[in-house]
Write a protein that binds this ligand. Structure first.
Ligand code: UD1
Ligand code: MG
Length: 497
């Protein structure tokens, strides 16, 4: 089998094929600065766990094996990993997953030592950090190409403030060592080229180098970065691949860093959409995230937009959302797992969440402001849903309208039905849910309660404030309320002296 990498130049892209690649992700650290009970690598960026991003990126390389080093929160992390990889087709068929425990955590070199039994004696190992979520596949492909199966390839970046990082010490061009900040001399601390925490190493060298690590340093840790010195001593070429994209190599150690990286990532997603023609009122106030199910499965959020979509500021999209041609989303809407068809308008402050069932907003429909569409809401063409209207598991046929203060749950609403303000479908009897059927061309008067199961016959009218408990015939006016009585000459009581 060919070891390492074959690189084929393909325009600006680098297409590469690899053989016998292992990926080790270090995820044993505590993440003390997060000040959280949740293990750091399970914190969310764009709705996905930090480690979920890294696993997804690693999977795109289709390595032979993925080894995740766990320690703090190992049980929780391993359970999450099992869920994520079950949704990635290449796992099992191309890539095997193994978790190894590192307890206690004695440094990055010690972390990779734990992975050694899971690694073959040949091929290449790519080492990644579980808390560096936005590393991108092409960067890793470039690094593997630089390694070429025989060299030690380091991903480096030049930072304005390199404090805390391992410095790349060069002699002329040649890399001599990585010196950790705490071990660096004042002169070495001036170096602004730092090690990002990502490297590609031939296994034939990695294993003996790891065995030689010592912890005689400022932190009394086994530094993975010490293998650079061994490479130089052994005459193995060390190549530093520089990236200028700091977002890809930024780690998350604190809530502030997490928020900063989230904004950087969201801005990139916003720009990608604008490049497709989507008009965002403010790319800095746009979010696209995985939903809760995406968090569990490791899948990212996806927003697919047709031509001439406009999104006002402060909108959040979650899970899988599609917006048809000419759709307009007003300010401060949350839209999750929904299909909004061509020409529909969602006015400000609407909350749409399809969860597993999805929501469909038909062509030309108008929703909001302040509307709530819940799982299974299916609005046909030109439906109007107005302010403070909640729709759940209900189908509204074309032209139906519920413009104010209404709850439609488990309802089937016919074409051109008009539902008056304050109408409630009472779908729950305390034990079971029942359906309300409102046939075509019905008018429901304001403040009515339709107690399910019940059918309002086609073309019928329900008088305002009716509590309807029995099905009504087509075309009829149904009124269920006390008769209006006026008593002439009635005198109000007067206060006794
Ligand atoms: C490491 C590098 C440093 C580099 C920096 C980039 C070493 C010795 N130093 O430093 O050169 O500039 O990353 O961010 O490698 N981890 C374990 N087990 C451990 C220790 C760490 O799994 O025993 C994991 C952490 O969870 C984390 C990663 O390894 O995901 C990096 O560890 P961290 O402590 O952040 O290393 P740095 O000191 O930042
Ligand atoms: Mg770190």
């Amino acid at each position: 089998m060919v070891q390492g990498v074959q690189v084929i130049k393909d325009g600006s892209e680098t297409a590469a094929s690899y053989a016998n690649v292992s990926v080790v992700i270090m995820a044993a650290g505590k993440g003390t600065r997060m000040k959280s009970a949740l293990p750091k690598v399970l914190h969310r960026l764009a709705g996905r766990a930090l480690l979920g991003h890294v696993v997804g990126t690693a999977a795109q390389l289709e390595p032979d094996r993925l080894v995740v080093v766990t320690g703090h929160g190992a049980m929780e992390i391993e359970a999450a990993l099992a869920r994520w990889i079950s949704t990635i087709a290449t796992f099992d068929s191309k890539t095997s997953l193994q978790c190894v425990r590192q307890e206690p955590q004695l440094g990055t070199g010690h972390a990779v030592q734990q992975a050694v039994p899971a690694l073959p004696d040949d091929g290449v190992t790519l080492i990644l950090n579980g808390d560096v979520p936005l590393i991108a596949t092409p960067t890793l492909q470039t690094l593997l190409a630089a390694c070429g199966g025989t060299q030690l390839a380091l991903l480096t970046v030049t930072m304005a403030d390199p404090t805390g990082y391992g410095r790349i010490v060069r002699n002329g061009e040649a890399v001599q060592a990585i010196v950790e900040h705490k071990d660096a001399t004042a002169q070495q601390r001036e170096i602004r080229e730092i090690y990002t925490g990502v490297m590609a190493v031939p296994n034939a060298q990695l294993k003996p180098w790891l065995a030689r690590l010592r912890n005689d340093n400022a932190q009394k840790e086994f530094y993975l970065t010490d293998i650079v010195k061994f490479a130089v001593a052994d005459g193995v070429a060390v190549v530093a691949t520089q990236t200028t994209d700091t977002v890809q190599v930024d780690g998350v150690n604190s809530p502030v860093q997490l928020a900063q990286l989230e904004r950087a990532h969201q801005l990139r997603q916003a720009h990608a959409l604008m490049e497709q023609g989507v008009r965002l009122a403010d790319p800095a106030r746009f979010d696209l995230r995985a939903d809760a199910r995406g968090y569990a499965s490791g899948q990212p959020g996806r927003l697919v937009c047709a031509q001439d979509v406009e999104i006002d500021l402060g909108c959040i999209f979650e899970g899988q959302v599609s917006l048809g041609e000419g759709v307009r989303i007003g300010a401060h809407c949350v839209v999750a797992n929904a299909q909004i068809e061509a020409g529909a308008v969602i006015h400000p402050y609407s909350h749409i969440d399809g969860e597993a069932l999805g929501v469909v907003v038909g062509p030309g429909a108008i929703v909001g402001p302040f509307a709530r569409l819940r799982p299974g809401a299916q609005l046909g063409a030109d439906v109007h849903i107005g302010n403070f209207v909640e729709v759940k598991n209900s189908t509204l046929a074309p032209g139906a309208k519920a413009n104010h203060l209404t709850y439609l749950g488990d309802a089937t609403v016919g074409e051109r039905v008009n539902i008056g303000a304050g109408t409630i479908t009472a779908n729950y009897d305390g034990a079971n849910k029942h359906r309300t059927v409102i046939e075509a061309d019905v008018h429901i008067g304001s403040n009515s309660v339709l107690v399910a199961p019940v059918t309002i016959g086609a073309g019928g009218t329900v008088g305002a404030s009716s509590a309807v408990t029995k099905s009504t015939p087509p075309g009829a006016l149904t009124v269920v309320r006390g008769k209006q009585v006026s008593i002439e000459g009635w005198k109000r009581p007067v206060k006794k002296a």
